[in-house]
Design a protein around this ligand. Structure first.
Ligand SMILES: NC(=O)C1=CN([C@@H]2O[C@H](COP(=O)(O)OP(=O)(O)OC[C@H]3O[C@@H](n4cnc5c(N)ncnc54)[C@H](O)[C@@H]3O)[C@@H](O)[C@H]2O)C=CC1
Ligand SMILES: O=C(O)C1=N[C@H](C(=O)O)C[C@H](O)C1
Length: 265
């Protein structure tokens, strides 16, 4: 069976990679894309693609799902729009793979509810890279032994959300094993606001944004006389494509909501 895929965000950095990945995969067919401005009716007319990319472009997500039969919807946009798109997909009975980050806890809960009450698979993966998932799992393991940890995530300066979805997911996974406590000195105070980073359950998350970076994270664990550093680097967005392809294939077998690629590996 060829998997019919629709993608939202085809002109974005991730969206372009995803379009190429699906177009080049014999097991998949790109049946539609959703775009929201400067739209041409066909992807072949976009400067980012060529004449072989003959795929209809929709500017209404509802019209897309009413017009085109898709097996899987992929969202790679921004959280405000991605939330609306994914709800529309689930209402239309289309399984979804969402790479977009920055959702609020209540948005995630609502998507979980919609997916599970309708029995339609939905994977939300803050990071599709296998190496990044291993980095998160290793950090979760280390937290049982080293309860003092700080996360430093580093991304390109076009990134809109901070902290990254990966950093938040890492902190949530660490929290499952870490003895909860507030870190740092009792009397600690910031003379420059934000200097100690964001506080997640007493541990700190620091976000770096610089040109030249793609996606990088290190998780630091401090112990008596020692420091353990677990680090992952994505130097290229192709690092996300294996996990995206796997998610598209796996979601077809799912009738429930999955948050994190580690749950389907
Ligand atoms: N899960 C993963 O492994 C990864 C996730 N991401 C996430 O994917 C998302 C996209 O990242 P990039 O491609 O780097 O960003 P980008 O800025 O290059 O692309 C964003 C896309 O969203 C579209 N867009 C913006 N506002 C919109 C709206 N209101 N309605 C519909 N479409 C809209 C843009 O046209 C563009 O196609 C981000 O949330 C990012 O954090 C990025 C890399 C890996
Ligand atoms: O915006 C990005 O680039 C990335 N976003 C995801 C995140 O927020 O964790 C995944 C990866 O870090 C790249």
């Amino acid at each position: 069976m060829v998997i019919r895929v629709a993608i939202a965000g085809p002109r974005g950095k991730m969206g372009q990679n995803a379009v190429h990945t699906v177009m080049r995969d014999d097991k998949m067919e790109l049946v539609a894309v959703f775009d929201y401005k400067n739209i041409a009716p066909n992807l072949a007319q976009y400067q980012e693609f060529d004449a072989t990319y003959s795929v209809p472009v929709f500017s209404s997500i509802q019209t897309l799902f009413e017009t085109v039969q898709a097996d899987v919807f992929v969202d790679l946009t921004v959280p405000e729009a991605g939330f609306i798109h994914t709800k529309a997909a689930l209402f239309a009975g289309v399984r979804s793979v969402v790479g977009t980050t920055g959702f609020t806890e209540s948005q995630l809960q609502e998507l979980r509810y919609l997916s599970e009450s309708a029995g339609i698979g939905c994977i939300i993966a803050p990071n599709f890279s296998i190496g990044a998932v291993l980095m998160m799992k290793f950090a979760q393991m280390a937290a049982s032994y080293f309860p003092d940890t700080e996360i430093i995530e580093m991304h390109h300066d076009g990134k809109l959300d901070a902290p990254s979805g990966t950093a938040l997911k890492t902190a949530q996974m660490i929290k499952e094993n870490r003895m909860a406590h507030r870190q740092g000195a009792e009397a600690e105070r910031e003379t420059l606001e934000g200097a100690r980073g964001g506080d997640f359950d007493g541990m700190r998350i620091h976000s770096v944004r610089l040109p030249g970076l793609v996606a990088h994270q290190q998780v630091l664990f401090g112990g008596t006389g020692e420091l353990l550093t677990i680090r992952h680097d994505s130097f290229d967005r192709n690092s996300f494509m294996t996990g995206l392809t796997l998610s598209i294939e796996k979601v077809l077998e799912l009738n429930q909501f999955v948050y994190g690629l580690e749950n389907i590996l």
